[in-house]
Design a binder for this molecule. Structure first.
Ligand code: SF4
Length: 494
């Protein structure tokens, strides 16, 4: 660490002047010896049009993954305001345990005392009776200042120590921050498994080949995936992100990895190092389920007749569910979960018109089949979508329902467009198989019926706005250009 840490502390904030802040933070981190770490983050999580997170602090993704694991403690190292926000959000989303924090000031940052304080905290916490692992997360300022978490002991009395840098100026979304920690844990567990015997997962996974699902998904979906795979003699292993350290070994020991959420670049790297084949997309709708069963079955070496049997067992029920839950509406889809393209596929198979899908996540090979399927149906897919692009698309398309993030939903409602928050309403339902088809179509159908009510409400409170109850609009035919920031401010009312 050096005296440049003071500059780093001033620069590393997600609330400053955008471009200048980013550049200063990256420069400060580079001169503090973090160039290699930043280069890795830039490769794994390439930036998009927005050079700063537009969602919650990205580190929330790593924090959440750690907090959801049994026998795992998490310590944050960063500015108090960042830690306050992160711990608030973590508890809002149901964390049931404390978040560790090592505070600092200018002096402890500049002199290197902060690292000593973190190391002391790790030693105090490393009780093997309570913990399998301790995760230490460097937020923006300690990352920009070069606080060297890689110098922490790798293990204390059998407790694994995982130190990661998750700066907002290096990880564009909180979704990708989940991968930062999941990848670091898989790497550690892979080296353990290569060195000798490791613990078995709790419970009986049964005999036969298994598929590891990659991504945080609604709890019923892995169960549904297991049912879809059963006719091929395949089972599901514990997911990644995992719920317990020993599950990581079982995940690595899978025969096939299904990158249902397509942004887990670091995790895929570890699975590939373990020799596991990876397949993309997911079992959504008729086409998606058929293609996914074929891809997974072939990757697992299953013969064609068994793959055909799995399809024959699954597809009629999905066709029936879709026929029983038709959607007659135009819907735009925006989000930062990683399942946006899958949701759009399902909506289209249920009859919806979906002119625009925006995802805050980057384009990877694991969503390519979904992108091609959507593009063939005239859908504009926007990777690394900025909020400005999502709002512009919603304004242009005037959908019957907008699925999106909080600010998008707010902007839509102010225009009298019914809207649903993707994370709380869409991701909180199954997507896979017949259950997914029925659940999604049901909620969309119910919400689109609210458009006339919205129009009455808007026209009552702001008669000059004159919202029409059902305004037809041309589908988006070309890439949507982000509006100037002033336009966005108009749209979201601030
Ligand atoms: S740690 Fe998170 S909240 Fe704090 S400055 Fe960085 S991105 Fe913003």
């Amino acid at each position: 660490m050096s005296a440049s840490t003071t500059t780093a502390a001033a620069a590393a904030s997600c609330h400053g002047e955008r471009a200048a802040t980013l550049q200063q933070s990256v420069q400060a981190a580079g001169s503090a010896g973090q160039s290699a770490a930043l280069a890795r983050l830039a490769t794994d999580y390439p930036r998009g049009p927005h050079d700063q997170p537009q969602t919650m602090c990205p580190a929330f993704g790593s924090l959440r993954v750690g907090l959801r694991m049994r026998r795992t403690a998490t310590i944050l190292s960063g500015s108090a305001c960042c830690v306050y926000g992160l711990s608030f959000t973590a508890h809002f989303y149901g964390a049931k345990r404390s978040v560790g924090y090592v505070p600092f000031n200018s002096e402890t940052l500049v002199t290197g005392q902060l690292f000593e304080d973190i190391r002391d905290a790790v030693y105090k916490l490393a009780n093997p009776a309570e913990h399998d692992a301790i995760v230490v997360i460097n937020l923006c300022v300690p990352t920009a200042s070069g606080v060297p978490l890689d110098l922490l002991p790798k293990e204390i009395d059998g407790v694994r120590i995982i130190g990661i840098d998750v700066p907002g100026f290096g990880v564009p979304t909180h979704a990708e921050a989940k991968d930062v920690l999941a990848g670091a844990m898989l790497r550690y567990a892979r080296h353990e498994a290569e060195a000798g015997p490791v613990a078995r997962p709790r419970g009986d996974l049964g005999e036969g080949p298994r598929v590891c699902l990659l991504g945080e998904m609604f709890p019923v979906d892995p169960v549904l995936a297991g049912r879809l795979l059963a006719p091929m003699g395949l089972g599901v292993s514990p997911q990644v992100p995992s719920r317990e350290w020993r599950d990581l070994y079982a995940a690595l020991d899978s025969d096939v990895v299904a990158a249902v959420h397509p942004f887990y670049t670091a995790s895929v790297r570890e699975f590939r190092a373990a020799g596991r084949p990876i397949v993309g997309s997911g079992p959504v709708g008729v086409d998606g389920t058929a293609a996914w069963l074929e891809a997974v079955g072939r990757a697992a070496g299953i013969n064609e007749s068994q793959i055909g049997a799995a399809k024959a067992a699954a597809l009629p029920a999905i066709t029936g569910a879709l026929a029983g839950s038709r959607i007659n509406a135009r819907v735009t889809v925006s989000g930062y979960e990683g399942s946006e393209l899958l949701v759009a596929r399902l909506l289209i198979e249920a009859g919806a018109e979906v002119p625009y899908v925006g995802t805050a996540l980057p384009r990877t090979e694991w969503s390519e089949a979904d992108r091609e399927w959507l593009a063939a149906r005239g859908v504009h897919v926007q990777y690394r979508a900025a909020l400005e692009q999502d709002v512009a698309a919603m304004k242009e398309v005037r959908p019957d329902l907008a699925l999106g993030t909080t600010p998008l939903v707010q902007a839509a409602k102010e225009l009298g467009v019914p809207a649903l928050y993707f994370t709380n309403m869409v991701s909180a339902r199954p997507l896979f198989g017949a259950a997914g088809a029925g659940a999604l179509a049901g909620i969309v159908a119910a919400q689109t019926r609210g458009r006339d009510r919205f129009a009455r409400m808007i026209n009552f409170f702001a008669p000059s706005a004159k919202v029409e109850a059902a305004k037809p609009a041309a589908p988006v035919a070309a890439p949507v250009t982000p509006p100037a920031r002033g336009d966005l401010a108009d749209a979201i009312g601030n």
